[in-house]
Design a protein around this ligand. Structure first.
Ligand code: ADP
Length: 968
């Protein structure tokens, strides 16, 4: 901007200068012309004056000549005797010096009476000798001065008788009126051909010739030479000379007579130019004025331009700053330290720092105080005293007080042009926080990286250990094929190691699925009692090994069926409970408490609390516990295998289910994990509970709360329930009732009670009261192990904790009224025999194929195996209808996949096309995959790797149906 303005005013200056130079040249040209003309006219003027003088001199001479001719005529008439007198009279009456008359003999007389002889005449005589008249050249006469003599022949009657001579002192002609001009300023001289003065004038008294006069007047030889030359050449003109110390003009003009003489006129130039002077002065003044005018116009213009540019620049600057500050979060202060002047301050300063522009104008230091840059700061000081050399940036925190909001303000201090300094303020709180967050994230990333590396090193160790076991045991088994016991023990160990390996791989896969967001939850009906029973059956062996006890602390649960992803729900509890078992010493105690709270008509919130009295965790580790790959570094844990992924997976699943997981723990004291999950209820939950009004029951449990909650439920059905908290009291109560003839209809007896346990109590009851009253044993889990003993002690049935309302009531109905529930009926089904069942199995992986054949054939099935969907289809189409009772179909296979093969089978139009059970075997166990299988016409699916129990359970479902149907 500034550069542009500079350029513009430069251009204006250049144009003005150009115009000025042209004007000056034109003016100078005219001035020179005028001066030239004036000089010319001065020359003319001088020559004119010279001519006038020359004319005047001529007139005088003519007059003198006429006078002499009159005398000549007079003398021609006179007698010789009177000549002398006439001459005298003439001399007296005229200004002539003397007259003379000489006769033809050369003798004569003059006006003074003196005899004259022609031979003595001091000039060239022509009148007597040549008979012509004329004028002599100037000569030094008898007066001692320069004379000229007019001579004329005298004729009488046509014959020359003599000649008359009239002497004139030439200086007589030197009349001031004639020989001075221009009011006496100019003088005239007459010189002869040699330059000698004939008629002198002012100032030439001491000089004899004009050249020496000029030399005396300090004129160079050149001038004298010029004059000499022009005189010799008979020219007329003017010369510039110095006369009486002033520049003068010298005119030279040949005069008619005396012959060969020149009239020299000299006049100071000043005099000649007198008239021109006012004009020249006027012109010069005009010129000067013009110059001055031009200059001032140019200056004014340039000034105006630069003033305009300044104003414009200022306006522009203010506008720019205004726009900037209105649209960005940067506030400005422009300051000139030299004048301690605030040049500019942006309006948004008040918004940013709470300082109004007026306050800033008054005391700019305030802005810096508000921005947090302290008074003693070196950069701040150098900004105010104008010593700041280069741009600097400072960031400070404001709002340090307890109730103030902390903010970060950055100040950029910038030395600008013209001794001004710019301070730019803006808030950097967000950037600052982001920087800190990034630093935190970096630390976290580094930590997680560290954990990952630790994981990989422990993973490779964890994988290698069971692998070594498997390889080693396989070798031992191979070498001892004859020793059945050894082979069996080897195989058992191999099974254990493979199980661990599989778990490890599954967890890593699960984690990676979760991390990449590929996991999705199923929505299926989950039967909680089965889920818990399943769970406990997994955990029991390990807990038993460590002699740990599991406590079920739950009250009675209202709902036994919910909508959820059963596998994942089970995984959550399995992880927590297996950790509790893993990280609790032998003989430790682990408890699971399940409670439900209603959310709305369709949802409940179920909480699962897993507590142990194991090794616990440090507060520092608790912060990281849910991060993947984190394991506590604890010497007590060195014996336990693990990946550090279980809890990360658990937390991810809980999160996906919309639940919440918390942990409390103290080192050496134990840990407590709480999971709360919202669970949907299936639509047909309204169950009809049996009406058992009028019946009585006795509840025996050392846990008073349990007694109360059970009796509450019983009362709902009309049962009159009493409770006692120990065995002896129970026996007592029962006996008393018996005596009153008011026997209880049923006894619910807790197994684990101090002093006298459930079994002992049952024995006592049977001993006193016989086998009449049904006794239900209430146990945490694992009644199978005491089943025989319990039956012997007189127990009729079992109730497992946690107690679900429906289960409890169904049991009561059965034992009080003798009605069997559906589940009970199902539970008594015999285990599956595949004897003679024909199964078609399609599986492309050879090892898997081998395993499946082995598993099925070991149960008596007849298995035909194929390698892809096409072969399966062909095999099916080529068999007679009903030949195969079931098809196991891998999904991913070459040539034709399982889905397509199933569609082809279902669409084959054979009699069993729609009914033959097709069961998918797939590693894809997500909702989406299952839906695809169902859409293709498959009946169910089993996950891979195959788990025997699950495989049998599924086969049982379809083959039983089949058998029933077949039976119908
Ligand atoms: P893993 O058990 O495979 O190491 P987890 O993610 O299940 O991985 O657990 C992470 C870590 O948390 C464990 O290594 C252990 O240090 C600690 N931990 C988990 N549960 C308990 C518990 N009940 N008592 C003590 N420490 C536990």
């Amino acid at each position: 901007m500034k550069a542009k303005e500079k350029k513009k005013s430069g251009a204006i200056l250049a144009v003005s200068a150009g115009i000025f130079v042209i004007a000056l040249s034109i003016s100078s040209f005219f001035l020179l012309q005028i001066i030239g003309r004036m000089n010319q006219s001065a020359n003319q003027n001088l020559l004119t004056s010279s001519r006038v003088i020359s004319e005047g001199l001529n007139n005088k001479i003519t007059l003198d000549r006429e006078l002499l001719s009159a005398l000549t005529e007079l003398l021609a008439l006179e007698e010789n005797g009177v000549i002398e007198e006439t001459l005298r009279e003439y001399a007296d009456s005229t200004d002539f010096f003397r007259f003379a008359y000489i006769d033809m003999e050369g003798e004569g007389v003059d006006s003074e009476g003196n005899a004259v002889y022609a031979s003595d005449l001091p000039f060239d005589e022509i009148a007597l000798s040549k008979g012509t008249d004329g004028m002599s050249a100037p000569y030094h006469g008898a007066s001692g001065r320069i004379h000229i003599t007019y001579q004329s022949p005298v004729f009488r009657e046509g014959k020359q008788i003599g000649a008359v001579y009239a002497d004139r002192i030439i200086d007589d002609y030197n009349l001031p009126t004639l020989f001075t001009f221009h009011n006496g300023a100019g003088s005239a001289y007459v010189v002869d051909g040699n330059g000698d003065f004939i008629i002198k004038s002012r100032g030439t008294a001491s000089e004899t010739d004009v050249y020496s006069y000029l030399a005396k007047q300090k004129n160079g030889a050149a001038i004298q030479d010029t004059l000499r030359r022009v005189i010799q050449e008979g020219k007329s003109g003017t010369l510039v000379v110095t006369n009486e110390a002033q520049p003068s003009l010298l005119g030279f003009l040949p005069v008619e007579s005396p012959q060969g003489c020149y009239l020299i006129t000299v006049v100071p130039r000043a005099v000649l130019q007198q008239e021109a002077k006012p004009i020249i002065i006027m012109l010069c003044t005009m010129f000067a004025l013009l110059l001055l005018g031009g200059l001032s116009v140019a200056t004014l213009f340039a000034g105006r331009q630069s003033m305009k540019a300044d104003v414009r620049q200022k306006e522009y600057r203010e506008k720019l700053f205004g726009n900037l500050s209105a649209n960005i979060d940067f506030a400005f202060l422009l300051y000139t330290p030299a004048g301690r002047k605030v040049e500019l301050v942006s309006d948004n300063l008040s918004g940013l720092l709470g300082i109004t522009p007026e306050q800033a104008q008054e005391k700019p230091e305030r802005i810096f105080d508000a921005s947090g840059l302290p008074q003693g700061d070196a950069d701040r000081s150098s900004f105010f005293n104008g010593t700041l050399k280069e741009q600097t940036t400072r960031e400070s925190m404001v709002g340090v007080g307890p109730n103030e909001v902390k903010r970060w303000i950055a100040v950029h201090l910038i030395p600008a042009d013209y001794g001004q300094y710019l301070a730019v303020f803006h808030e950097t709180t967000e950037e600052h926080n982001m920087r800190e967050q990034l630093a935190d994230a970096l630390t976290q990333a580094q930590n997680s990286n560290r954990a990952r590396s630790a994981f990989f090193s422990s993973m490779s160790h964890d994988i290698r250990t069971p692998m070594n076991g498997i390889v080693g045991m396989t070798n031992i088994a191979l070498n001892n094929l004859d020793d059945r016991e050894k082979v069996e023990s080897c195989l058992n160990k191999i099974t254990g190691a493979s199980g661990h390996l599989l778990e490890l791989i599954n967890e890593v896969l699960d984690m990676s699925r979760i991390e990449s967001g590929r996991i999705s939850l199923k929505e299926e009906t989950v039967h909680l009692p089965s889920l818990i029973a399943n769970l406990l059956s997994f955990l029991k062996p390990d807990m038993d090994k460590k002699n740990q006890s599991l406590l079920m602390k739950s009250q009675i649960l209202e709902h036994d069926t919910v909508i959820s992803d059963g596998l994942h729900l089970q995984k959550i509890l399995l992880n927590l409970l297996s950790n509790a078992a893993k990280y609790t010493q032998a003989g430790g105690e682990i408890s699971l408490q399940i409670t439900e709270t209603p959310v709305d008509a369709e949802t409940i919130r179920m909480s699962f609390v897993v507590e142990d009295n194991g090794i616990g965790m440090s507060p520092a580790f608790l912060k990281r516990i849910f991060k993947p790959f984190e394991r506590a570094e604890d010497s007590r844990m060195s014996q336990t295998t693990g990946t550090g992924l279980g809890l990360a997976i658990t937390k991810s699943i809980v999160d996906m289910m919309g639940g919440d997981i918390r942990v409390q723990s103290r080192e050496y004291e134990g840990s407590c994990f709480t999971v709360e999950i919202p669970l949907k209820l299936p639509a047909q939950q309204a169950r009809e509970y049996p009406n058992l009004a009028g019946y009585t029951a006795l509840i025996v449990d050392d846990d008073q709360d349990a007694c109360e909650s059970i009796s509450l439920i019983l009362q709902e059905t009309g049962i009159r329930a009493n409770w006692v908290t120990n065995g002896p009291e129970a026996v007592e109560q029962l006996w008393n009732a018996h005596v009153r003839k008011d026997d209880y209809y049923v006894v619910i007896l807790d197994w684990k009670m101090p002093e006298m346990d459930g079994l002992e109590t049952a024995r006592q009851i049977r001993k006193r009261l016989g086998s009449e009253v049904p006794i239900l044993l209430l146990s945490a889990y694992d009644w199978e192990s005491v089943k025989d003993e319990a039956v012997r002690a007189g127990i009729n049935g079992f109730l497992t904790k946690p107690i679900f309302k429906s289960g409890l009531l169904e049991k009561l109905r059965y034992y009080i009224r003798g009605e069997k529930s559906k589940t009970e009926a199902l539970g008594t089904e015999q285990s599956l025999s595949l004897e003679g069942v024909r199964i078609l199995a399609a599986e492309d992986n050879e090892l898997n194929r081998e395993i499946i054949i082995e598993l099925l054939e070991s149960s008596g099935a007849l298995v035909d195996s194929v390698r892809n969907g096409q072969q399966a289809l062909d095999r099916y189409l080529n068999s007679s209808p009903g030949h195969y009772q079931l098809i196991l179909m891998d999904v991913h296979m070459p040539e034709m996949d399982g889905l397509e093969a199933t569609r082809a089978i279902r669409g084959s139009g054979r009699p069993d096309a729609a009914t033959i059970p097709v069961i998918a075997m797939t590693a894809d166990v997500f909702k989406e995959d299952i839906r695809k299988c169902k859409d293709a016409g498959m009946n169910a699916h089993i996950g891979k790797p195959l788990e025997i129990d699950k495989l049998y359970a599924t086969l049982r479902r379809f083959l039983n149906n089949d058998q029933k149907k077949a039976g119908m």
